[in-house]
Structures are given as C-alpha cells and as structure tokens.
Design a binder for this molecule. Structure first.
Ligand code: NAD
Ligand code: ZN
Length: 317
C-alpha cells in the first residue's frame, strides 16, 4: 500500500546510521523510521487498511514470517533479520528508503493504525521512541510497586518516563544534569537526579527493579548496575557503537541481570499506540521544516532536544 507521509520523527538512530557508527552507509540513502501519514492507494489484496486511514510505520517493513521468532509474533527478532525501514536490502534486492520523504510503499501487515485522538504531528515518535521503551517496560513488568529508573532524557528517555508513570511504576530520571528536571517531573517522574554528581550513585545504591538505559553514547554500566536491588534488571536500548564492559562481580551482587531490547513487535506496537491514545500520552515534539534537518541533527548531538524533532513533510514539496 502507498502512504502519503505527513510527519517523520528524527531518531538518534538516523544519525548513527548516516555517521557510519554502525557500519558502511549504503548510499544513496533516505533515513527516517518514525512515519505517520494517510493511506493514498491500496493493492487489490489489501484488507487491513483503507484509503484515507491515518497510519504509521516504524523501524521495520518486513520479516521472513517463517522462523520461530516470526511465528511467535516477534518480528523484530526475525532470525533472518527483519527488513529495516531504511538501509536494508528488500526482497526485490533494492535498498529500503525511509520516511524523510513524501511517500512510502509498505506491505499492509507492517503498517499500524494511529488512533485519531493522538495529535497527528506528535504521533510519529511513538513508532520508534514509543515502542522501544514500551516493550521493555511491559516485558519486565513495570507497574505499581516497581521502582524504575530511566537513564537519559532525550527522545526515548522522555517516552520511557511517561509510559512507566502511566503503567503505575515509581519513576526516577538519571540525567547528566538537572537542566530538564522540571520537565521530567511534569511528565510523571517522581524523582530526578544528576549523574554528574557522584553522590547520586551512593544515594541510590540497591534501589531499582528496572533501569532503562537510553543513552546514545558509552556510559559506565557498572555504576548503573550497582543501583539495582535484588533481582533487578538493567535493559540497554541505547545503541553506541562500542562495546560496554560489564563486571561480572557487579552482576553477582543482588543477582542482577543485564539485558538488551530491540524496538517491539508489530502487535505490541499497536498495543502501545492504543495504550497511549487511551491514557492521553504523546511525545513532546518540536516541529521543523524539511530544510532544518541538519540544524536539528546537530542539536540532537549536543543534547539540545526537547524532546523529539519532527519534520513537517508538507514543507518538502
Ligand atoms: N534498541 C532499540 O531498538 C533502539 C531504538 C531506537 C533508538 N535506539 C538508540 O537509543 C539511543 C537514544 O536514541 P534517542 O533518539 O532517544 O537519542 P537522543 O539523542 O534523543 O537521547 C539520548 C539522550 O542521552 C543523553 N546522553 C548523551 N550522552 C550521555 C552521557 N554520556 N550520559 C548520560 N546521558 C547522555 C542525551 O543528553 C540525550 O538526552 C540511540 O543510541 C539510538 O540509536 C535504540
Ligand atoms: Zn529509532
């Protein structure tokens, strides 16, 4: 089906990709995997969506559909590798191209329904930042009685705060400075600490059931692991290119776990969109014109984003 794109979010992964942080860049390349728009045309066999529907596309546009993980509905963990929305090789051998664009063609079951009650321009970041934080929060049972910490207050981080709060968890933000403290508390955080202050790590030792690390750069994971209480888990969703050393003795204490998590399944993405619509949760976005993308990228790199840039695709015409 053909989608006319209205808005595209800017994810730090777009920048990692184009900087070559994760490997060779398959030029020519258009990035963007936080896409919302309307259905413009459908093929004869399309049944899930109709022309005019408000829809979304996230980080993947296909998977093998046959491996154990696909059969379990976990397409993001496809054993053949899911087909990324951009920079991946599609079934026809061409390189997929992303959402900083006017149109995209996507197979119907990798397209999500975007509820009308979510403000249109704010919906796009849910397709990556929303699901990438919702999935581990749901999987590790964030909820009443659970203490959850969110490391990093960027695109993913601010969604983790809102979603964990809506799930009923006690939420703490661990940010480099206290510069975004008022915002964090307004979004639902119960506590807010600066990681540049060494006393934070002493004050919060053995505290959290779950820590979601959204930082795009290398951090000292062992310092954060020390903040987990008995059976606590630190889940890394931030994707810096270099390995992050983990000391096993830190894991022995409190029987701690260190885990990773990749976006979320298509089913879970729909569940997240419906959850956000029902709970009135939306990303906080700064809308930009297409000719402001370079400036927005440099602001993301200097931690000057509150909290997601979204491109108004109408300005691209
Ligand atoms: N696992 C996944 O499926 C998945 C999905 C989307 C994005 N990601 C990755 O998650 C990371 C975050 O993406 P984003 O779009 O939210 O980026 P972002 O730039 O909006 O947010 C990153 C945050 O980390 C903070 N930060 C940077 N260096 C830090 C440091 N040394 N200590 C503490 N905080 C620091 C920044 O200030 C910023 O608030 C990126 O690496 C991205 O590629 C992973
Ligand atoms: Zn992303």
């Amino acid at each position: 089906m053909l989608i006319e794109i209205a808005y595209a979010g800017i994810c730090h992964s777009d920048i990692h990709t184009v900087q070559g942080d994760w490997g060779k860049v398959p030029y020519p390349l258009t990035v963007g995997h936080e896409i919302v728009g309307t259905v413009a045309e459908v093929g004869a066999e399309v049944t899930l969506h109709s022309v005019g529907d408000r829809v979304g596309v996230g980080c993947m546009v296909n998977s093998c559909r046959e491996c154990d993980n696909c059969k379990a509905g976990q397409q993001q963990y496809c054993l053949q590798g899911n087909t990324g929305t951009y920079a991946a090789v599609d079934r026809d051998g061409t390189v997929t191209q992303g959402g900083y664009s006017t149109h995209v063609v996507v197979v119907e079951d990798f397209v999500l329904r975007v509820p009308e009650s979510i403000p249109y321009e704010a919906a796009a970041p849910l397709l990556c930042a929303g699901i990438t934080t919702y999935s581990p929060l749901a999987h590790w049972n964030a909820g009443p009685g659970k203490r959850v910490a969110v490391v990093g207050m960027g695109g993913l981080g601010h969604m983790a705060v809102k979603i964990a709060h809506a799930m009923g968890a006690e939420v703490t933000v661990l940010s480099q400075t206290l510069g975004k403290k008022d915002d964090g508390l307004r979004m639902g955080a119960d506590h807010y600490y600066a990681t540049s202050d060494a006393s934070t790590f002493e004050a919060l030792a053995n505290t959290f059931d779950l820590i979601i690390n959204t930082v795009s750069a290398k951090v000292d994971l062992n310092a954060y692991l020390g903040l987990l209480r008995l059976d606590g888990t630190l889940v890394n969703v931030g994707a810096p290119p270099e390995p992050l050393p983990v000391g096993v003795f830190t894991l022995f204490g409190n029987r701690r776990s260190f885990a990773g998590s990749s976006i979320g399944s298509i089913g879970e993405t729909q569940e997240m969109l419906d959850f956000c619509a029902e709970r009135g949760i939306a990303p906080e976005v700064e809308l930009i014109n297409a000719d402001q993308v370079n400036e927005a990228w440099s602001r993301v790199l200097s931690s000057d984003v509150r909290y997601r840039f979204v491109i108004d695709i109408a300005t691209l015409n």
